[in-house]
Write a protein that binds this ligand. Sequence first.
Ligand code: SF4
Length: 591
Amino acid sequence: MSAPLLNVHDLRVIFAPAAPGQPPARVVDGVSFALDAGDSLAIVGETGSGKTTLARALLGLHPAGSVSGSVQLGGQELVGLDEGRWRPLRWQRIALAVQNAGTAFDPVYRMGEQIGEPLREHRGLSSAEATARAAALVAQVGLTERHLRAYPHQLSGGEKQRLMLAMALSCDPELLIVDEPTSGQDMLARAQVIALLRAICAQRGTALLLISHDLAAVSQLAGQVAVLYAGKLAEVGATRDVLSAPRHPYTWGLLSAYPDMSTARDLSGIRGQMPDPTHPPTGCRFHPRCTQAVDECRRVEPPLQLHNGRRLACHLGGLRALLRAEGLRKTFTTNGHLGPAQNVEAVRNVSLEVYEGEVVGLVGETGSGKSTLGRLLVGLLDPESGSIVFEGNPLALNNGSASRHLRRRIQLIPQDPFDSVSPYLTVCQIVREPLDVQRAGTPAERRERVREALAAVGLPTLDAFLARHPHELSGGQLQRVVIARALVLEPKLIVADEPVSMLDASEQAKLITLLEDIQNERGMGLLLISHDLALVRKVADRILVMRDGQIIEGGPSSQVLAQPQHEYTRALLRAAPSFDWYTTSSGGNRP
Ligand code: SF4
């Protein structure tokens, strides 16, 4: 096996303190990866993750002494090279197309002179030869000699980005590093830059290191992806695998925040902020933002290692399944009033998983078995067979205090709030009930937690409101009270059974947005049971379709909605509410 073109090992970029007594900034902290000739790798992460600092370290562009570790290009060590020994390398073997080409060019020189500079400097071409070569390069990036005669301010951002690429390619490097090539571009210019990069790398066999937060561009340009968080790699793998099935909680967050045309789900940002590199958190750097962090995460740094075929830095092996149900069955016997008693299989051999921070939509028509399945999962019904494991503990095996503890972690939001609460209880008593059952805290602490739960769902916390009874509340207010009751024990998983079906569209929108926000902030799992596909597609990461007690289809929402495999799913999609003029050729009564 031949050695990789680029071999990066334990690379660190640590900038000296800004002032005496201040800590140094550990911007890149122990990064290792390799890139073969002609291959492509993307480094992705939020702003401040260290991507650009990493790219500049590969070209020796940081102050002496700030970079340590090893960067080998074709076997030659680059860390610690003096400027004289960099001369035959930069532009000629390794070139960088910097971020924000709009400000990277010198405003007082024409573009032709600037693109020709590396050719004159490093290839020793005459001015005439450099001009001819520059003309060929701009043609290759789809521009003309007019662009060579222009000053930077006379060109659009997209044109300057292309010229930056032409300049980086001028000396035909083996490795091209491109920093945020699509950032700030309009959609058409962005598509052109992506097509151009693909064509260039394919034609020339240039290895590509792409630095980007544009995950769609990454999916089109890079074979491998490495996710960088706070200067450390969190997840590495084949781009298709990582972006279609992220395993690290941070990668999951990046994808949930990314506006992709193929997903219908609302966007959700990653809670919290990127840490300051002068004060990185101990243990796993992602732990203050991670909803599944355990004690070890705060103390011990997780190494990047293989977990089930994926390189991850996570003590838990990545996103963990909160709930795993296998082979569940539930049969009811009819009472025989309208004929002979019969056995009805409401749930037939159902298996499913809900992951940390995930919203799973369970859809199907009335009578498909959705609600029975929901009640099995929260323990309100016992299955005849099958198993349910929640946070690693078999549900059926828990009893006594262990069972009580487990129960508080899974809560149900029922369909009809008027049906699910006693009309004789006050708001305070309704929300406090789970705390009373669990004997959690003192009476004063319980009342305070009731107020916190009511505030979380946007309800008043005044004594007068706490003393109200269900008949004194609107449907929307009572459903919020029921949600507050589900939240008061700070559950890890919520099973919401048609939680907004009794409400008008405006209240539905408000409550679903509220549930989404709470779910995202707390990192809970949410199993949303609904017959309303239009609603589910706005919130669900994954959709399961249930019919006659069985799950007949399931997958990422975008996949189930765009390419339904089962005729029943297609029928549900056709029946989902949609304005007439978007679904028929009649055009409807358009305003
Ligand atoms: Fe880091 Fe722990 Fe979260 Fe894994 S579970 S990403 S180790 S905080």
